[in-house]
Design a protein around this ligand. Sequence first.
Ligand SMILES: [Zn+2]
Length: 276
Amino acid sequence: MKKFVAILFSIFLYTGTAFANDKIALMYNIIPDDDSKKNSVIDSNVQKKLSFKLYQNQETIYFNDKEVVVTNGKFDIDISNLTGKQEIKFTNAQKEEATFTYYISDKSGLVKGYMLENKQAYVKTVDNTKILYTAKDAAKMNYISKLITNMPTETKVNLKEMKLLPVNHSSGAAGITDYNKVTLYNLSTYTDKEIQRIVTHEIAHTWAHELRKNKVIDYSYSDFGTAVKVDNNYVTNYSKNSLSEDFADSIASYLADSVSFAKKFPARADYISTLL
Ligand SMILES: [Zn+2]
């Protein structure tokens, strides 16, 4: 009997909780449904609208006091006339508010109000990659854009964002990759040849994450490691650090000149050609 009461009580609790959660607050009901959720900077040259979805598709949403048209739980906001810092505010019948902050560039790429290391930021989209930079690296942007455009499509599948910071990293590193985001430090202080190596090396790291996810290469780079053993040499001094760094340096050298790379590192070149 005791057990029966306990069960009844827990059912009552559960039902109570379900009712309490029936209507979630507006700020949790609206979810950004595009790349903007990962980065609040919008390149107005390529993005003209913001997309959102509703966690629960059952309430009327207002933007600027006008009802938003929701289709299959999704809606868009036209931002083609907006630049600079924008607080996109939604309301509902209960007068709840949900605000999302965006920094929208002008046609020249200037993202008013958005700073990188206290310097005015600019944005440029190359392929599907958003590149944030400052005036310090502006003169190198054409070179970097061409570099990225000319890389094989496969190598860029996991590249989502690139930041060119006008400062040195505390470790002295020229570039750091965080899964699908690449950060580069004081890039304009390097020669074009060095920039080619730095940029392709970091993009190779983003690619390696994708290859591992798809189990094309394993976490210990076993197959690539076999190729390295067969070649029996180092691509660079830096590549001695790990197979992951050897892979990134190998991709950088292979993309710069695959013919001369294949002469010195035939097993690696064979392996890389199977990936591309
Ligand atoms: Zn590296």
